[in-house]
Design a binder for this molecule. Structure first.
Ligand SMILES: *[C@@H]1O[C@H](CO)[C@@H](O)[C@H](O)[C@H]1NC(C)=O
Ligand SMILES: *[C@@H]1O[C@H](CO)[C@@H](O)[C@H](O)[C@H]1NC(C)=O
Ligand SMILES: *[C@@H]1O[C@H](CO)[C@@H](O)[C@H](O)[C@H]1NC(C)=O
Ligand SMILES: *[C@@H]1O[C@H](CO)[C@@H](O)[C@H](O)[C@H]1NC(C)=O
Ligand SMILES: *[C@@H]1O[C@H](CO)[C@@H](O)[C@H](O)[C@H]1NC(C)=O
Ligand SMILES: *[C@@H]1O[C@H](CO)[C@@H](O)[C@H](O)[C@H]1NC(C)=O
Ligand SMILES: *[C@@H]1O[C@H](CO)[C@@H](O)[C@H](O)[C@H]1NC(C)=O
Length: 856
């Protein structure tokens, strides 16, 4: 008996030893990228990173592996998030590390239902050798509050005096059914990125961050776009767009380095930040007076009672002399740095540099926000009054604990959840996301929170304070046109944009709006939407605008109005219609947009059932590519996803240069409840364009937009409406008819007669294949907007190769100059097909958005 136990013990011992040796065989120093519960060995994620199984590093505790019951559309691949390890008792991972080295530790959580485990019951703590990373942590609440499907927590662990890093998962003992879980763990050696930094407000003091643990709170590529972990300089960090964090109406302008500027790191290590971060920046603008009047401000949601390390990344690639731009940096309204001069710090043009400051955030201060503000300094009499910033990193620092409370989902979010209770959630804990899905969970990024805060503050200061509310453009024009730079005082291309750059876009008074529209004269009406009428108007300097005026009887109230302002003002893209300003006065609410001189795509394709199109194939392709890029930006532009929900040819507008711009994406949030309409508003969109899967399952994903876009593609090819009740039964619905013809090989018979013989067959095939894929029954089988752009560009290339010297398209173009928006008459009575079915038909209106509520 006794002997038996001994043998057993001995065997166990051997096993443990073997296991440990196996683990250590990989060698300390190599990155460990572990998918928790990955059953069959390993696999690659969407970025192509290889994830290994975690089992051999695990010791003790009860754990089981599960496959998630639901794949959120924002999950680009099954690995690592579709598998999880669920811990029902304390469990320890042991990782081999090199002593005296700093390590990244990244934890990945996707709160979905795993077997019988419901993530809303999951509360747990995570600790390492020395520091508590999470405690009473609910991934489910956190994801809900941030409106993300999954989250990644990134820590930089101080060097250990040990060759083993232990990471302990422990279910909370405060809740009966509590369990812990994880989907992924990364342990990666990192260089010593941190040194000492001065404490803001205590200029004599500094904190030595070398021996402290840090949690990444925010990491932004200011004035630039998302940088994926693989594009980072070897440290697999993700850098996000800064626009969601900008505060106030004045958000400066973005700049991008010329091609002939090289980012020269000199002695600074490359790993500090990749060149992409340093080659884009945000500055205040070209008007010195305007710049003196405001602070370029970002705000961040943080946990109080902690110290934060704020790292600023700078690189000036336009100026090259000291004292050309000098500015002050404020952290939480205290001066962190007076008279910052990037060139003086870095030593020259194109040379990056960075500065660290530590700020202590006490409880009860500032609504748990961190404020960062820049303002031109005049003290040294610099040449220009401006400020510049290329990147921000914010880390929470502590020696023993980094755990904060779970964030509180905002009221606005809770309300929208309640409203969407009509949706049947097949999976508990999964939000019914209407607009805001998150595509990339950064370490604690609170986009929604940011919106709420801004809205809240707007409301607070709304009455009587029209002092400084100019809407400056965020994203300028095409990044390739070079007009993005404003440091350069180069003017923007396009009259409206340059007007904005000069500070014209702003809060309009009602008087100004009335003047612009000739007191809302009916003759200026260019469209009607659920929001009210859309007028054409002219503001100062003859700039043409489109003005959406809220209908006082409209069910879309103040909330939608403010949501639209908030959303649109943060979304700037060459292929999205820009919001110029707004008016809110005496219960009047108006939104002022760029005027789209050439109206809708639809009116250039057909009137009624007749093809009117003089658009060459190449031009149609360019328009489709533009619109696809706009939608791609909506889907992936920031770390959240916006689903348009109403993609159709009347929501694709054309400016005087035939640039396609997507409109009407502002109100796609939670459908207004139309009490009088007899149709449930659960499914929003226009018939003829509606994704059948969305209709069936009432689950909205960005692939629903892809479906609708596929219908638009066939509309462009065939120059006929999406629905035409006058045709034979099998032809009524374009999507069905085109698919059938495509499959029977008779597609050529139904293409626009104006195009016959003018399309390169390869180009046509590529285009038709692409459109067909968009119309796949299942969302998963449809391409992403990015793939779509690619394929359409390919179709364009194929066409261009054949056209070659044939410059007929130029000749045609001059004919188009005559087409103008005034030709709206066709929208009147010649409604050849049932307007109840296709709401887009009742007008060739710009911004016709929710034209006919009964049609939905
Ligand atoms: C990344 O690491 C590789 C190999 O360690 C090195 O050769 C390369 O220079 C590094 N790149 C950067 C940008 O640091
Ligand atoms: C970039 O190069 C072009 C010509 O190659 C030159 O005209 C331009 O001034 C250069 N830009 C800068 C910022 O040096
Ligand atoms: C900074 O000042 C702004 C406005 O003056 C105020 O709203 C904000 O709460 C202040 N922030 C802090 C951290 O004190
Ligand atoms: C900019 O911020 C600082 C610090 O909060 C404040 O003192 C100053 O008044 C602000 N300036 C403007 C123009 O808002
Ligand atoms: C770490 O955090 C705790 C709790 O917030 C705090 O009391 C302590 O002073 C912090 N330590 C450092 C070094 O900041
Ligand atoms: C744990 O988190 C939940 C949700 O944020 C909170 O309601 C609860 O009070 C917390 N419990 C403890 C013991 O801190
Ligand atoms: C919603 O789900 C419940 C149970 O899961 C089911 O009984 C009910 O029929 C569903 N409702 C709809 C509208 O699908």
């Amino acid at each position: 008996m006794h002997r038996k136990t001994n043998v057993l013990l001995w065997l166990v011992c051997i096993c443990v030893c073997l296991k440990t040796r196996e683990a250590w065989a990989k060698g300390a120093g190599e990155p460990l990228i572990l998918g928790c519960g990955l059953a069959d060995g390993s696999g690659k994620d969407a970025d192509g990173r290889q994830w290994e199984a975690d089992a051999k590093y695990l010791s003790g505790g009860n754990s089981n592996t599960f496959r998630a019951s639901y794949q959120d559309p924002s999950l680009m691949s099954e690995i690592p998030y579709m598998w999880a390890r669920v811990f029902t008792s304390e469990a320890i991972y042991k990782f081999p590390v090199q002593p005296n080295q700093r390590y990244w530790l990244r934890l990945h959580f996707y709160p979905s239902v795993y077997g019988s485990y419901d993530p809303s019951n999951s509360y747990f703590s995570v600790t390492t050798n020395e520091v508590t990373l999470l405690s009473n942590f609910s991934a489910s609440i956190t994801c809900q509050a941030l409106s993300q499907a999954y989250i990644i927590r990134e820590y930089s662990l101080a060097p250990l005096n040990s060759d083993t890093l232990t990471v302990t998962f422990k279910p909370s003992d405060k809740y009966d059914q509590a369990f812990a879980f994880a989907n992924g763990i990364e342990v990666i050696e990192m260089p010593d990125l941190f040194d000492s930094a001065t404490v803001v407000g205590f200029s004599e003091q500094s904190v030595d961050t070398k021996s402290l643990n840090l949690q990444t709170m925010f990491r932004l590529n200011v004035g630039g776009q998302y940088v994926s972990p693989l594009q980072d300089s070897n440290l697999t960090r993700a850098w996000y767009d800064d626009t969601p964090y900008l505060y106030g109406a004045s958000v400066g302008v973005t700049n991008e380095a010329d091609d002939n500027v090289t980012i020269d790191y000199q002695t600074m290590p490359h790993y500090i930040a990749p060149p992409t971060v340093y080659s884009t920046s945000r500055s205040m603008g070209s008007d010195q007076n305007v710049n003196m009047g405001y602070n370029l401000t970002w705000t961040f949601q943080i946990d109080p009672n902690f110290m934060y390390l704020v790292r600023f990344h700078f690189c000036d690639y336009y100026y090259n002399r000291v004292n050309e731009i000098v500015f002050d940096i404020y952290l939480n309204n205290q001066t962190a740095q007076a008279e910052a001069d990037v060139i003086a710090w870095s030593g020259g043009k194109g040379t990056p540099t960075y500065k660290d400051y530590v700020v202590i955030v006490q409880d009860g201060q500032s609504n748990e926000q961190l404020w960062i503000a820049l303002h031109p300094s005049t003290k040294t009499k610099p040449e220009y009054y401006d400020a510049i910033l290329n990147g921000i990193e914010i880390f929470k620092i502590n020696d023993t604990t980094l755990a904060g409370p779970n964030p509180q989902p905002s009221d606005m979010l809770m309300k929208s959840e309640q409203q969407s209770q009509t949706f049947n959630t097949t999976t508990k804990g999964r939000r019914t996301k209407t607009v805001l899905l998150s595509a990339g969970g950064a370490a604690g990024i609170a986009f929604l929170a940011a919106i709420c805060i801004v809205m809240y503050q707007k409301k607070k200061r709304a009455p009587g304070s029209n002092s400084h509310t100019s809407w400056l453009p965020i994203y300028g024009n095409s990044p390739s046109s070079g007009s993005k730079s404003t440091l350069s005082r180069k003017s923007y291309a396009g009259s409206n944009v340059s007007a904005m750059a000069q500070g014209l876009c702003r809060h309009f008074s009602l008087q100004e709006i009335k003047q612009a529209t000739n007191n809302f004269d009916e003759s200026n009406v260019i469209g009607v939407g659920g929001f009210g009428k859309v007028y054409k108007g002219v503001i100062y300097n003859g700039v043409k605008v489109a003005i959406k005026r809220s209908n006082p009887q409209s069910e879309q109230g103040v909330n939608e109005f403010q949501t639209e302002i908030e959303m649109l003002s943060k979304l700037r893209h060459r292929h999205l219609v820009s919001l110029i300003g707004f008016c809110e006065e005496q219960s009047e609410m108006c939104l002022v947009y760029d005027y789209m001189a050439r109206g809708t795509l639809r009116e250039h394709l057909y009137k009624g059932n007749k093809s009117v199109s003089t658009l060459a194939w190449k031009q149609r392709l360019e328009i489709c590519i533009g619109a696809a890029r706009g939608l791609h930006y909506l889907h992936t532009g920031a770390q959240y996803t916006i689903i348009h929900r109403d993609v159709k040819s009347t929501n694709i507008l054309l400016d005087e240069n035939w640039t396609a711009k997507v409109s009407d994406f502002g109100l796609s949030k939670t459908g207004p409840e139309m009490k009088n309409g007899h149709v449930s508003t659960v499914v929003k969109g226009s018939f003829g364009y509606l994704d059948p899967e969305y209709f069936r399952r009432q689950q909205l994903t960005e692939k629903s937009d892809v479906y609708s876009f596929g219908v638009v593609l066939f509309e462009v090819l065939c120059a006929r409406p999406a629905l035409n009740a006058n045709l034979a039964k099998e032809q009524v619905c374009l999507a069905d008819w085109a698919l059938r013809c495509k499959r029977n090989g008779t597609l050529e018979d139904i293409i626009d007669p104006h195009l016959k013989g003018k399309i390169n067959p390869e180009s046509l095939r590529k285009f038709a294949d692409t459109a067909e894929k968009c119309l796949s029954d299942h969302g998963l089988a449809r391409p992403s907007m990015n793939d779509l752009c690619w394929n359409l560009e390919l179709a364009l290339n194929l066409q261009e190769n054949t056209e070659g010297s044939n410059n007929s398209s130029k000749g045609e173009e001059s004919d188009f100059q005559e087409v103008s928006l005034i030709g709206n008459e066709e929208g009147n009575s010649t409604s050849e097909h049932d307007t109840r079915q296709d709401s887009g038909d009742s007008s060739s209106a710009i911004f016709s958005q929710i034209v006919n509520p009964t049609g939905r």
